[in-house]
Ligand binder design. Sequence first.
Ligand code: ASP
Length: 324
Amino acid sequence: MTSLNSDSANLGYRHPHLLGIEGLSAQEISFLLDLSGDYAKLDPRSHSYERLLDAHTVINLFFETSTRTRTSFELAAKRLGAEVINMSVAWSSIKKGETLIDTAMTLTAMHPDVLVVRHPDSGAVKLLSEKVDCAVINGGDGSHEHPTQALLDALTIRRRRGRLEGLTVAICGDVMHSRVARSNIHLLTTMGAKVRVIAPPTLLPSGVESLGVTAYFDMREGLRDVDIVMMLRLQTERMQGSYVPSIREYFHFYGLDREKLGLAKPDALVMHPGPMNRGVEIDSELADDIDRSVIREQVEMGVAVRMACLDVLTRPLRPSPEGA
Ligand code: ASP
């Protein structure tokens, strides 16, 4: 049976929860990426994962819709032997007027080991983590953070390029509403990458440069010589009013196509967290080009990253190998 469980493994991350990337050190991020990389090397079809989460319960508590993140956490938890309960609360308790905290208290009375929470409000997951007595993983809160997405993006880049330090990464599109952008900015700048953000003025938060990035309104200028092009979805569900003149115009100026990609390094990788709006922020054929696009690999790395996070956050609850 494959074991990644060593005594030293919880020395690298000593927090009870994973709420965001902001504030984590380069060592902590490297530790999580190394462990994720070890999980990524295991063959899922060999059915040889150690059941580290046997008799553990993971509750996926999603107040917002999700396909890949929820499924990815579910698969990761099940591969480690956990019981998984999926709860979509958007249309049930919330509609009946139950508050976030009431929902959390109800769930903790069932004694889960980990709560994976997605919520439309920034900060809601942190608030919840202060009220419950189990590990909490932020599965995306409003436009604030999506830490496991940034980790899986970094793992994908590291596997392809061997490092993060010194790379130039362009994050393009709806930066304003994107928790993916925020978590990636924190992670990549902490790890020594240079980050550019490219967006129309209406979709770039003011003062974004204080996060250590360079801002561009002109995509052609911003893509010049970058190593990685990370595209973001236009998050219309977070927009009140109109932020872009028309989809056609948006694609013309900010959609990634071969011509614009030609300005990046010849081997620049194309990434997207999904779900993609094909023909809006990315040319459909380019998204599927296995020579340039690593979008599928990002999904694959997502499971490995989530296994590592579940492993690390439940470790103190298990006896050490010596039974201490
Ligand atoms: N799946 C990512 C998120 O939950 C990106 C997106 O929805 O556009 O933030």
